[in-house]
Design a protein around this ligand. Structure first.
Ligand code: AP5
Ligand code: MG
Length: 212
């Protein structure tokens, strides 16, 4: 039976990247619009500079720019994807539906967790600059400080992971999420999982949905 495309929804810090890394083991490709945008910033192009300002303020990049970037980095003919960080607006949900997923089987999985828990998760996050593995100084520290357990490269503290920017990111999330959830609910595609528990237990819930 064909696997569904996975549209992974959740607040900043809810665990989208952490869960995506586990879902990949089920044979999925992972695409994160946040990662794609950060790669664009690294290129220091004019577009990259514009993106840097928006991300640095916790604001969204415009819908068409993100869609173009996403389309340039996926190929649904190859297999099933986890869409992490897209859609962020109802307009993006429609774009994803009409221009990318089209008639393919898909499920929207919402990582449900109280926003109060997330600031601490985010300010304590460190990410590998080489392989993107995600750590947490409190509950998933690397074996050697500042070094990735998997590839040995240095760990990075994301520039938008400071308290002020996180607050803006949360505000943007709160403004946008209800219409997105309503969009998928209406289409009968929405599943919610508990993302307040440990990541392996959340993953078991996701696996059940994907394999059912
Ligand atoms: P993006 O990179 O997507 O950031 P985000 O949505 O804010 O989400 P995060 O990556 O911060 O969190 P996550 O859910 O992946 O959590 P993680 O697994 O790392 O986007 C960044 C910016 O790019 C946006 O603000 C926007 O400006 C722009 N952008 C991106 N997409 C866009 C779009 N479509 N349109 C417009 N603009 C866009 O986990 C977080 C931490 O918690 C880690 O330390 C982890 O170890 C820990 N953790 C994970 N799960 C658990 C758990 N169950 N219990 C305890 N700790 C946990
Ligand atoms: Mg992420």
């Amino acid at each position: 039976m064909a696997k569904p495309q996975i549209i992974l929804l959740g607040a900043p810090g809810s665990g989208k990247g952490t869960q995506a890394a586990k879902i990949v083991e089920l044979g999925y490709y992972h695409v994160s619009t946040g990662d794609l945008l950060r790669a664009e910033i690294k290129k220091a192009s004019n577009l990259g500079k514009k993106i840097q300002d928006l991300i640095g303020n916790g604001q969204l990049v415009d819908d068409q720019t993100v869609l173009d970037l996403l389309q340039a980095n996926i190929n649904l003919a190859k297999g099933e994807y986890i869409f992490d960080g897209f859609p962020r607006t109802e307009v993006q949900a429609t774009m994803l539906d009409k221009q990318i997923v089209k008639k393919a089987k898909a499920v929207a999985i919402y990582l449900d967790v109280s926003l109060d828990e997330l600031v601490s998760r985010i300010v304590n996050r460190r990410t590998c600059g080489g392989c993107n593995e995600i750590y947490n100084l409190i509950n998933k520290p690397p074996k050697k400080e500042g070094v990735c357990d998997l590839c040995g490269k240095g760990l990075v503290h994301r520039k938008d992971d400071n308290k002020e920017t996180v607050q803006n990111r949360m505000d943007v999330f709160k403004e946008q999420i209800d219409p997105i959830l309503a969009y998928y609910e209406t289409k009968g595609m929405l599943k919610k999982v508990d993302a307040s528990i440990n990541p392996d237990t959340t993953f078991k819930q996701i696996r059940k949905i994907v394999e059912s």
